[in-house]
Write a protein that binds this ligand. Structure first.
Ligand code: ADP
Ligand code: ASP
Ligand code: MG
Length: 406
């Protein structure tokens, strides 16, 4: 008999009405004879609300307490869904991350899952009962509550699917599949029926927040199929699998964007071997993720290094660079926390230079200034002023023939 994990995101759990609709989807699968384990997110907006409360008290609260706080959002929705399932006559039990057996390391707010001890959950599903597990959280060796990073319930769902040896992980959300770009900003985005793990990984890591990147990495590693689908209508969504069935590919598969970026520059550093590592080393040591990096010779014997970091880490990065500026006898530090990343992705990119050139032409026709560029075999990314993101995404989507034919 088929084992499935259902994961419901914030909008699918956003109100009692939505929770009722969610319970009906679960009931339908049970009636088809499937064994179902469920992972839920907090009700939409709840995680942000809780973070806001903590930040009203202290701009940088202790991370252990933040995890204890934000993990409650998922506990509320898991219990409400279990209550609703009972109401429908289905035996259901809610479990928080610790109770469900999600063991993680101790990195608060970005914990990694070590394993999921799920025998008790399997015992429930074997007799037709439904365990409802809180996404996004686990506990470390010492029993501290940990969370997996924003959007982490996707990763919890895939981890649970792997642990209970499910046939598929159904991720229910507010869109009916993965689109060529975010359908919220491009109405003509087209739905993709099937996408390979590799390509989805690029999409997710470049900003398509529809699936947390780590969930795709884990699905790829354990070959767990993901069916991304809508909890609002019962239609086939997008299958993310190891298969690549496309006989011939379009030049570009999709356009992704990421808004919460910041750009920093340290200017006029004496140009010596090892300078990049002296600048970027302390940034890495502070656990700040550096993304796009450009190093340029400015005047003779001097160099500039510019790189992007997550916007949340902007202040910490500027502080670090100002200290380094004195230490390295550099000239100045500059920063901008209103930039964004726009990327075109395609494993079918034939002429890489040709695709990049076309991208730059399209942006220049829209008068969008490109601040930084980075490329790989299957993507071209540019950093632009945040206010041009939507315009850039729309223009690129049209220029690369991705608009749906209506
Ligand atoms: P959930 O709360 O269910 O986890 P998310 O808000 O995290 O949902 O992810 C779903 C959202 O992802 C969609 O509403 C959509 O705006 C956005 N999104 C971004 N890029 C894409 C894409 N390429 N395809 C589909 N949705 C996308
Ligand atoms: N509630 C968490 C968040 O808002 C986890 C999730 O929704 O996946 O990031
Ligand atoms: Mg999500």
């Amino acid at each position: 008999m088929m084992r499935v994990v259902h994961k419901y995101g914030g909008t699918s759990m956003g109100s009692l009405e939505r929770i009722r609709a969610t319970a009906k989807i679960i009931k339908k699968d049970l009636l088809l004879g499937r064994k179902v384990a469920v992972v839920v997110s907090a009700m939409s907006g709840e995680t942000n609300r809780l973070l806001g409360l903590a930040k009203e008290i202290d701009a940088s609260p202790p991370c252990r307490e933040l995890d204890a706080l934000v993990s409650t959002g998922e506990q509320v929705s898991a219990a409400l869904l279990a209550i609703e399932l009972h109401h429908l006559g289905i035996k259901s039990y809610s479990y928080n991350g610790y109770q469900a057996g999600f063991r993680t390391d101790s990195s608060h707010a970005r914990a990694r899952i070590i394993d999921v001890q799920s025998d008790h959950l399997i015992a429930h599903i074997e007799v037709g009962e439904v365990p409802v597990v809180t996404g996004f959280q686990g506990s470390d060796k010492a029993g501290n509550i940990t969370t997996l990073g924003r959007g982490g319930s996707d990763t919890s769902a895939v981890a649970l699917a792997v642990a209970i040896k499910a046939d598929v992980c159904n991720i229910y959300t507010d869109v009916d599949g993965i689109y060529t770009t975010d359908p919220r900003i491009v109405a003509q985005a087209s739905k993709i029926d099937q996408i390979s793990y590799e390509e989805m990984l690029e999409f997710a890591s470049l900003g398509a927040k529809v699936l947390q990147t780590r969930s795709v990495e884990m699905a790829m590693r354990f070959n767990m199929p993901i069916h991304l689908r809508s909890s609002f209508e019962d239609v086939q969504g997008t299958m993310v699998t190891g298969e690549d069935t496309a006989m011939e590919r379009a030049e570009i598969t999709g356009v992704a964007y990421h808004r919460d970026e910041a750009k920093v520059t340290i200017q006029g550093i004496p140009d010596q071997p090892g300078i990049a590592s002296r600048v970027l080393g302390p940034v890495a040591d502070a656990d700040i993720n550096v993304d796009v990096i450009v190093q340029n010779v400015s005047e003779q014997d001097y160099t500039d290094i510019t790189f992007t970091v997550p916007r949340d880490d902007y202040n910490a990065t500027m502080k670090l660079l100002n200290t380094l500026c004195t230490e390295l006898k550099a000239k100045k530090v500059k920063g901008d926390d209103t930039v964004a990343k726009v990327s075109i992705i395609g494993v079918g990119m034939r002429s890489h230079a040709g695709v990049a050139r076309k991208m730059f032409d399209v942006l220049s026709k829209e008068n969008i200034n490109i601040q930084m560029i980075t490329t790989s075999e299957i993507k071209v990314t540019v950093v632009v002023d945040e206010k041009y993101v939507e315009l850039a995404v729309r223009a690129l989507h049209t220029a690369f023939d991705l608009d749906a034919v209506s």
